[in-house]
Design a protein around this ligand. Structure first.
Ligand code: GLC
Length: 745
């Protein structure tokens, strides 16, 4: 569509919005800007303005809840496609998949009658212990934004708003409602904001979710600098800002900044900060009604874009959920997301024809992860666990035996009550609104809740220990005379979960002890893991094969089996560093993670591989690492400066092995003699290339001038210093295959 036509349509829409606003009473305006149900805003039937239906989350459309209780409705019509987590998706390094998954999520959200899907989660993975790392993409802003943009665009092509979250720097779960994060300007602009900026300026995201935490003393949902200066003025965002659930604390501050829709976990909807308390201040003349009009305008604009109102209503897409092609896309996503970390002596892929007896050991072979994790929980149509995937793949000629190996305490949740219900359980709190609000906001209570949780984990450890002796013996016995042994361990949503950070980076339930014992009886054991964040692997030198899967959705078991038996050639690469031990991490040294009250991001830009590079600390497996069943050779790097600003790179990649495969090539820049302190190297571009056996492909990538920039906090803008930059072409951030020097004039 021509630019001038777009302008005309926009003008017409703005006029219609103005006309609508003039018709609204104050009560009607206020009804639109706060929750009228746990996942819905107020409807204005009189004027045909519908409620905005929202739903979680990044891995699929969450089950239906009662309007005012955190209790699932429990019908048999809200099972959905359970997608790979964002951490799995980013590990594919294939942005076409981001578009495919975005389309699936958008179509399913629309199919379930939703207007806003509360996804994707794109916070930078600052520390491996963050409980919600599984919901986020990467430790690197370039990789994150490369996935966020197509994902959001594809969601919104289904006439559903993506709600990119959590804006901004929601990097820990400890004290998440109140923690104040002290972040210097340059770190904020170079590390924590770029993916959100791309969501706004490149993807045209329709809504943004304000985060729970504070940044430099002010809650994100009441933060004029964040929501007005940066989001609206600098970036030009004209969509809707939705608070995280309970993220608004003060009426005046939220009213007078660009927070458009207050959602919360309490059912006292008329007592929300932007409900009656705001009306009182307006009627007292302390706050102008213009502040409400501005919010209503943003919400109406989003509703027009979604064809919820206006002349295009009849054209709105219907969407659909649980379509077969959605599940096929999920399988592809799972296949491309898994990461072969180690494969000595080419033990993998296994040859099914040579196996009569297969031993599968480990609780994660049979655990279903879909219903856990917090707001990302999914009522999946089905979930293929690893053991099922292996049996389905092998069929009846292989005897597959299973041993739990290590004990996992079943996480007892009261029948029907959801984890978010705990904070509004009216039996415990007769005066739900105030008492719970105090309880949720009172940090002593929340701290006690955290201590109770840690004590529970300790009790579970003791419980596991007494059960493991027998389980270990059983597993080792089974491993002895099997033709092949596959261990399936890792984490689960007792550890990768919203609202809590992990106490450490170790595998729980004494898995390390079992793995070491297994390696003694079967050094060829295939070690596979399902988890949402890095773990320590003290046995990694003795291990010959390590295959890592994030929570990869309903087809995880099928994809894992297809990779183990070679039907699929693994092509995933790490989108986050796997440290040797937690003590090597930045925040472990400065203690600025997982604290109550406030944290100071002293490490600044040095997050993830930037930290490990600068400190010269070798990780267990580095950012960008991932093996294939074939090998790739890189050659012939040439660079051409274009217009003195952009640098065009060309090089060739050849598959020198005997089978087809895909390789994610990575481009890093390393400033030589930089005039300011800059990370040793930074990812600036990547591309995933599929190659048949023996085939070669010439790859061209262009580094734009902004790829060389850093944020100058004094000048308050991004600048690129003239000078030489080393260009690194790598198979990972450590495995640099080609180098060149680019000179920026
Ligand atoms: C939660 C989460 C957010 C989610 C919302 C609704 O607390 O922080 O990601 O979308 O509330 O469940």
């Amino acid at each position: 569509m021509l630019k001038k036509d777009e302008k005309k349509i926009e003008k017409k829409r703005e006029k219609e919005i103005d006309k609508l606003i003039k018709k609204l009473t104050l009560d009607e305006k206020i009804a639109m800007i706060h929750g009228a149900s746990l996942f819905r805003s107020g409807e204005l039937a009189r004027l045909g303005i519908p409620a905005i239906e929202t739903s979680d989350g990044p891995m699929g459309v969450r089950a239906e809840f009662l309007d005012d209780r955190w209790i699932p409705v429990g019908n048999q019509d809200d099972m959905v496609t359970y997608l790979p987590s964002n951490s799995a998706l980013a590990s594919s390094w294939n942005t076409d998949l981001a578009r495919e998954m975005g389309h699936v999520l958008g179509a399913e959200a629309r199919g379930r009658g939703k207007d806003v899907i509360l996804a994707p989660g794109i916070n930078i993975k600052r520390d491996p212990l963050c409980g919600r790392n599984f919901e986020y993409m990467s430790e690197d802003p370039v990789l994150t934004k490369a996935f966020a943009v197509p994902f959001i665009q594809a969601v919104q092509e289904n006439d559903v708003a993506a709600c990119v979250k959590h804006f901004a720097a929601n990097g820990q779960e400890t004290d998440r409602l109140m923690v104040d994060e002290e972040i210097d300007e340059r770190t904020l602009y170079e590390l924590y904001l770029p993916a959100f900026k791309a969501a706004v300026q490149e993807a045209g995201v329709y809504s943004v979710m304000g985060a729970y935490n504070k940044i430099n003393g002010v809650h994100c949902c009441e933060n004029k600098k964040l929501l007005d200066e940066i989001l609206r003025k600098e970036w030009g965002f004209d969509g809707a800002v939705i608070s995280d659930w309970g993220g608004v604390h003060k009426t005046r501050e939220a009213a007078e900044c660009s927070m458009d829709l207050e959602m919360s976990i309490f059912p006292d909807f008329d007592d929300y900060k932007l409900a009656n308390p705001l009306k009182v201040l307006i009627e007292k003349g302390e706050i102008s009604v213009d502040t409400v009009d501005a919010k209503v305008r943003n919400l109406l604009r989003m509703m027009y874009r979604l064809k919820m109102i206006g002349s295009k209503r009849e054209e709105r897409k219907a969407g659909a959920y649980n379509k077969p092609e959605h599940r096929e896309a999920v399988l592809r996503g799972a296949q491309e997301s898994m990461i072969l970390l180690k494969n000595e002596n080419r033990i993998l892929p296994l040859d099914a024809k040579k196996i009569k007896k297969l031993a599968v050991i480990g609780a994660n072979a049979v655990i279903q992860h879909s219903y856990g994790g917090g707001s990302a929980e999914i009522k999946a149509l089905y979930e293929i666990c690893p053991l099922a995937g292996l049996k389905m793949y092998l069929g009846g000629n292989v005897k597959v035996s299973y041993a739990q190996g290590y004990y996992v305490p079943q996480n007892k949740t009261d029948e029907g009550e959801n984890w978010q219900a705990a904070s509004v359980d009216e039996d415990r709190n007769p005066d739900m609104g105030k008492a719970v609000r105090d309880e949720v906001n009172d940090s002593e209570n929340r701290r006690r809740g955290e201590e109770e949780r840690l004590a529970k984990l300790e009790r579970e450890k003791a419980e596991a220990h007494e059960k493991n002796e027998k389980l270990f013996a059983e597993a080792l016995e089974m491993a002895k005379d099997a033709d092949a042994v596959i261990f399936v361990g890792g984490l689960n949503h007792d550890y990768d979960v919203e609202g809590c950070d992990r106490p450490d980076m170790k595998l729980p339930y004494e898995q390390d002890m079992l793995i070491e014992a297994l390696l003694k009886v079967r050094k060829d054991v295939i070690l596979t893991f399902v988890g949402g964040s890095p773990v320590e692997m003290p046995w990694r030198e003795q291990a010959q094969t390590i295959l890592w899967s994030y929570y990869a959705g309903m087809e995880t078991g099928n994809a894992l089996a297809q990779i183990i038996f070679g039907e699929v050639n693994p092509s995933g690469k790490l989108a986050e560093t796997f440290p040797v031990k937690y003590e090597d991490c930045a925040a472990a040294k400065n203690g600025q993670f997982g604290k109550w009250g406030n944290i100071v991001l002293e490490e600044g830009l040095y997050c993830g591989y930037r930290h490990f590079d600068r400190q010269r600390i070798k990780p267990a497996f580095c950012f960008g690492h991932g093996l294939s069943y074939t090998s790739f050779e890189y050659s012939g790097l040439t660079m051409k400066a274009e217009k003195g600003k952009d640098v065009k790179l060309t090089f060739s990649v050849k598959n020198i092995g005997k089978r087809a495969g895909a390789e994610a090539v990575q481009i890093y820049i390393a400033p030589i003699a930089a005039q300011v302190d800059r990370p040793d190297k930074e990812l600036k571009a990547f591309s995933k290339v599929e190659l048949g056996a023996g085939r070669s492909k010439k790859i061209s990538l262009t580094l734009k001038q902004e790829d060389f920039m850093y944020y100058d906090a004094q000048l308050r803008k991004f600048i690129a210093d003239a000078g030489d930059y080393e260009i690194l072409v790598g198979a990972s951030c450590e495995d640099i295959r080609l180098r060149g020097i680019a000179t920026l004039s």
